[in-house]
Design a protein around this ligand. Structure first.
Ligand SMILES: [Zn+2]
Length: 313
């Protein structure tokens, strides 16, 4: 059955270690929404590297993605995942940002159609559900925004850059099972405070400047952990979703469902009752010199997003 309306995508924009995986999973439990993780990594980490899907299966054994990709392969002439992965890696990198802003992406037809057909196929097999895409990278969102066949809304998630920097410094946590450990192994990235601060400033400024005047909502992670239920209800409404408030069993407790998510941190495998708690370990554990460095680099953007420019101690 071919869906008659445009695929609807709620794109979570921002930077790593900002809580986007959990927010994406929660939104995916709302009726008529489907959380699919970071779709920009579908080719590289999914189809080529065969990493772990949010359902716990390796990608090639996941029935959901098998069905999506069979449809894509059928619809696109010369379908070539390796070429899509290589093109995307090149197109969304920082140095391409000026070109993207002024000239657009200039993708070839096979790549453009494959990306579109992924969203079209997810939409068709999910009864035209709102697709929650946690790809984060604003340059990838710009590629989607160029395609008028996609109905795109941007949820810009920001977190205090000192908390994000600390999370990058201390490494990935939260593995409770073999599948989660596998994900930690697959994603060993660690960023220095300098690198995470520069990326935080650049990508958050880009997300706000490029999308801020359109179909856009800004969400601070700190507001989300303070009022999880209220935040998810408001954001769901922004996404045009029927809110099923009962996914929350209390103001800060929700029931997560199985999802087929590509990439993202190990908590995307969590299901069942989940408590949303604030992680402010950086206040006490992050070296003061690192706090000062991150604050100095991100200062102009911190202010514009409503954060204090004081360090914690
Ligand atoms: Zn799966």
């Amino acid at each position: 059955m071919v869906s008659s309306s445009k695929p609807k995508v709620l794109f979570i924009a921002g930077t790593g270690r900002s809580g986007s995986t959990l927010i994406g999973s929660l939104l995916g439990t709302v009726r008529n929404a489907v959380a699919v993780g970071e779709v920009r990594f579908l080719w590289e980490r999914g189809l080529i590297a065969n990493q772990t899907c949010g359902c716990g299966e390796v990608f090639m054994n996941c029935e959901f993605w098998k069905e999506v990709l069979a449809r894509v392969e059928q619809s696109v002439d010369g379908f070539d995942p390796e070429r899509i992965a290589a093109t995307l890696a090149k197109t969304v990198r920082i140095r391409r940002l000026p070109g993207l802003l002024y000239d657009g992406a200039d993708l070839d037809v096979m790549v453009r159609e494959s990306i579109y057909e992924v969203y079209e196929s997810i939409s068709a097999i999910s009864s035209n559900a709102v697709i929650i895409d946690s790809s984060k990278l604003p340059t990838y969102a710009m590629l989607l925004a160029e395609d008028a066949r996609i109905d795109l809304k941007i949820l810009h998630v920001v977190r205090d850059p000192r908390a994000s920097a600390w999370s990058w410094m201390r490494g990935q946590r939260g593995a409770n099972s073999a599948a989660e450990l596998q994900i930690v192994d697959e994603q060993m990235d660690r960023f220095s405070p300098l690198k995470s601060s520069l990326l935080w400033s650049l990508w958050n400024t880009t997300a706000k400047n490029v999308f801020g005047s359109g179909d856009y909502q800004l969400l601070r992670y700190e507001d989300f952990v303070e009022r999880p239920r209220e935040t998810i209800v408001n954001t769901s409404r922004f996404a045009g979703l029927d809110v099923r408030d009962e996914i929350f069993t209390g103001p800060d407790k929700a029931i997560l469902e199985l999802s087929h998510t590509v990439a993202g941190n190990p908590n995307r495998l969590h299901r069942g009752l989940t408590r949303i708690v604030s992680d402010d370990e950086w206040h006490s554990a992050m070296p003061r010199s690192s706090q000062l460095l991150v604050t100095a680099i991100t200062r102009p953007v911190l202010r514009s997003l409503g954060y204090s420019t004081r360090s914690a101690r």
